[in-house]
Design a protein around this ligand. Structure first.
Ligand code: NAD
Length: 452
């Protein structure tokens, strides 16, 4: 039973009949990654033709043992035929060669015949080229931008928990495709849809896909409960040695979780005067992954917003990540090829009534990722923001009923996400190869209509 009773009801026998009769949408039960699973795709992967698709074919047999190609036979893959081929769990379409408007019809020609053959919780990835890198060819840039509109719309037309993303692949970034597809074609990205992410070349790569964070040390703030606890668990699952930080009031939960994960606990208020010093002293051997997750809300419309509400939210959510990141860099605690992940929110993109303070802080984190990224690139350090939408946690359980229901349903997937969904995104951005992604925002929001 999830805390979302509508999903449970909609997927029961009687609920299905009743909801079908009145024409309400039925949110699917999303397939999620289970511990111990090895294959990213349990089902059929269909790959189109194209130069980037050829790169995918090099490692595709590590992703699944059911490989099909569209149109023609390819080595190691069978041609997929509409209405005869197996149901599709994952699809890769290479759109990188589309440079003219009239080539856009290939999108319709490829996707239309397969739409009725998607399996439950199917994942589609379209590969393209970032339009901003095609400045010398305005026609090609416009064509590649058109693909963004297509992919976001296809994401909205997917059924039964299906998702669609567009990945822009820079020249030289092809060898980072495996890590990205292991994430975006698997249940690890169950609650992410309609996103556009750019991969640039990156010198480092994952050695062992069963423990992609092995040998890396990770700090997670606000790790005693909610999303932070899930992040710590997921990073530990992937092989990282974890340091869990939270306020003194959360000490017993924090220590219990740290002990369970074989990690270290650090009781610290990130806003304390001495926080930067205490933190660097607690990490004498350095750190590779820093997840700024601690965050608070103090909601009031601006007309009633007290200075205390304003100041506390900005202090925890924005000032502390800035001060601590700078201290970790200046002291050399954050190692080369490090990963910094900032927990933003779709509220920081769209704004929200009653949350001027919170939205300012979360937008500031996006600015922080964008501003630091070029400065840290030389050291191979990436910095990104993850922007969750509606996630089922204590924060959202405390919301008024109508707002909570609206938050859940107003997305393409028609439901809230789980802390695990945010944690999987953070774990992916923590990997060695995802230095290919920096200064970006990854929304984990089920393609929420808010701030789309
Ligand atoms: P939560 O309130 O359940 O957990 C936050 C944790 O941060 C708590 O353990 C708390 O003790 C800790 N913390 C707060 N102030 C601290 C401080 N000064 N020093 C150290 N630790 C401190 O929140 P959550 O729902 O798990 O959210 C985690 C993050 O995700 C937050 O940054 C939040 O803004 C963001 N987020 C959540 C949602 C959602 O739907 N729940 C949506 C978007 C973004």
């Amino acid at each position: 039973m999830s805390s979302d009773r509508y999903i449970d009801f909609a997927n029961s026998d009687i609920g299905r009949r009743l909801i079908g009769a009145v024409g309400l949408p039925t949110p699917a039960r999303l397939e999620r990654w289970q511990a111990g699973r090895l294959r990213p795709i349990e089902g059929t992967l269909l790959i189109s033709a194209g130069p980037l698709a050829d790169h995918v074919r090099i490692f595709a047999q590590r992703l699944t043992d059911s490989l099909y190609s569209f149109g023609s036979d390819q080595p190691g893959a069978t041609a997929w035929v509409a209405e005869q081929g197996p149901k599709l769990k994952a699809v890769v379409f290479d759109a990188s060669t589309l440079t003219h408007t009239d080539q856009l019809k290939q999108l319709r020609e490829f996707f239309q015949p397969i739409l009725k053959s998607f399996d439950h919780s199917a994942h589609v990835v379209i590969l393209g080229v970032a339009p901003e890198t095609l400045a010398e060819d305005p026609l090609a840039a416009s064509t590649q931008q058109a693909i963004e509109g297509f992919s976001r719309s296809l994401a909205k037309e997917m059924r039964d928990g299906g998702t669609v993303q567009l990945l822009h692949i820079d020249q030289g970034a092809e060898d980072q495709l495996e890590g990205a597809l292991r994430f975006f074609l698997s249940p690890k990205s169950a609650f992410i849809s309609g996103q556009v992410i750019r991969l640039s070349p990156c010198a480092t790569r994952v050695q062992d896909w069963s423990r992609p964070l092995s040998g890396r040390r990770a700090l997670v703030t606000g790790a005693a409960r909610g999303i932070g606890a899930s992040i710590a668990e997921t990073l530990a699952r992937d092989g990282a040695e974890v340091v869990l930080l939270d306020v003194p009031q959360a000490k017993s939960d924090l220590e219990a979780l740290a002990a369970r994960l074989g990690g270290q606990s650090l009781v610290l208020d990130i806003c304390a005067e001495s926080a930067a010093l205490e933190l660097t002293e607690a990490l004498p051997n350095g750190v590779d992954i820093v997840v700024h997750n601690a965050g608070i809300t103090r909601d009031k419309s601006l007309v009633n917003m007290t200075a205390e509400f304003w100041d506390s939210v900005l202090a925890v959510n924005l000032n502390a990540p800035q001060v601590l990141t700078k201290a970790l860099l200046d002291s050399g605690t954050l190692r080369d090829h490090g990963r910094v992940i900032l927990l933003s929110s779709i509220t920081g993109i769209a704004g929200n009534r009653g949350q001027t303070n919170y939205a300012a802080s979360k937008a500031g984190l996006i600015g922080m990722a964008r501003a630091w990224a070029p400065l840290l690139q030389q050291r191979g350090i990436s910095i990104n923001a993850v922007a969750p939408g509606f996630i089922e946690t204590k924060m959202t359980a405390d919301m008024p009923f109508a707002l909570r229901e609206a938050g859940r349903r107003m997305s393409s997937l028609g439901q809230g996400g789980l802390p695990q969904d945010v944690a999987e995104a953070v774990a992916w951005l923590s990997q060695a190869g995802t230095g290919a992604v920096t200064g970006q925002v990854l929304r984990v929001c089920g393609q929420s209509v808010i701030g789309a």
